[in-house]
Design a protein around this ligand. Structure first.
Ligand code: GLN
Length: 308
């Protein structure tokens, strides 16, 4: 990787270049709590394995994790269920929008991968079925990863998601009809929406995911969060499916395992180096943040980060 004297200055330059692109996107408006977010906000933060944080913009501004929460849920479910999980969810890219339902019927209620909505709802079922208080267990896991106790779900986002969750309910009931959901659907959806509503900032999110850049070990606590094999597997899934039907283009332009959420954040894992989080609410037609995509693409190009 190219060495950079002053990463903070580089991030600031990239942010100034990319931020004006926000007007090309549209903030998520499927729930009122997201439709009200100010569109011109933007931030980027890099956490490195040696314990540094570099950032520019509103890197301490909180946003909801949304689909990025699928990574944490997946790691928890892999730790609980082991290889049995892969009998209930596949590991293939979907090439479809994140909330697509068509493949689920063709494939007998087995979601294409764990980071589209159907797959993440399946994972939520595993967590609800294996933890007595899965919502708290999720927050506890995130708090442990970041190293602070003050991580909560945004109640307004949570309640809004619950009220407008028909599409996700359809996915859950279809899987239930094929016998691939064990718990009661309303309970599974509550867990899923709660984890989506978890509020973090760019610095915290980068820090939380460092174990994926470090073979499963969280560097600041030296704790083994998942096995080395599972860290590689999660990165493989993020590389092929983390950006939904734009995953091919992201691999082509950036070349890093990554995950986006409709809250406007994108995380990218740089193995053996660190984690990049970029955030800006307006989204492109794939549900990926316009400015965050551009920030990460330019940074990856500048530093020569592509794994390919
Ligand atoms: N809460 C959103 C949903 O379930 C998460 C989707 C996303 O971030 N892409 O539709």
């Amino acid at each position: 990787m190219k060495q950079y004297q002053d990463l903070n200055t580089l991030l600031q330059q990239l942010l100034s270049q990319c931020q004006p692109l926000y007007s090309q996107g549209k903030v998520a408006d499927y729930i009122p709590a997201l439709a009200q977010v100010a569109p011109q906000q933007a931030a980027i933060a890099i956490a490195t394995l040696d314990g540094n944080i570099y950032s520019a913009g509103a890197a301490e501004q909180h946003f909801s994790l949304q689909s990025i929460s699928k990574i944490f849920g997946l790691v928890m479910a892999m730790n609980r269920l082991g290889d049995e999980l892969w009998q209930r969810v596949n590991m293939e890219p979907s090439g479809q929008p994140f909330n697509s339902i068509v493949q689920l019927e063709w494939e007998q209620g087995i979601p294409r991968n764990p980071v589209i909505n159907a797959g993440a709802i399946l994972v939520a079922d595993v967590l609800v079925s294996h933890y007595s208080a899965s919502k708290t267990a999720f927050l506890t896991f995130l708090r442990r990863l970041i190293g602070i106790e003050t991580i909560y779900a945004d109640q307004q986002v949570y309640l809004s998601e619950l009220e407008h969750g028909n599409r996700n309910a359809a996915l859950a009931y279809l899987m239930k009809s094929f016998g691939n959901i064990e718990a009661e659907v309303p309970q599974v959806l509550e867990h899923y929406f709660h984890q989506c509503a978890t509020a973090v900032n760019c610095q915290q999110l980068s820090r939380a995911l460092l174990f994926l850049a470090n073979r499963g070990v969280q560097p600041h606590s030296n704790e083994q969060i998942c096995s080395r094999r599972d860290a590689h597997r999660v990165n493989a899934i993020l590389s092929t499916s983390g950006m939904y039907d734009q995953s091919g283009e992201f691999a082509f332009k950036v070349g890093l395992p990554a995950k986006s959420g409709v809250g406007g954040a994108i995380v990218a894992i740089v193995p053996q180096f660190g984690v990049i989080t970029a955030w800006s609410p307006p989204l492109n037609r794939f549900g990926n943040s316009v400015v965050a995509m551009q920030l990460i693409s330019q940074l990856a190009e500048e530093l020569g980060l592509s794994l390919f």
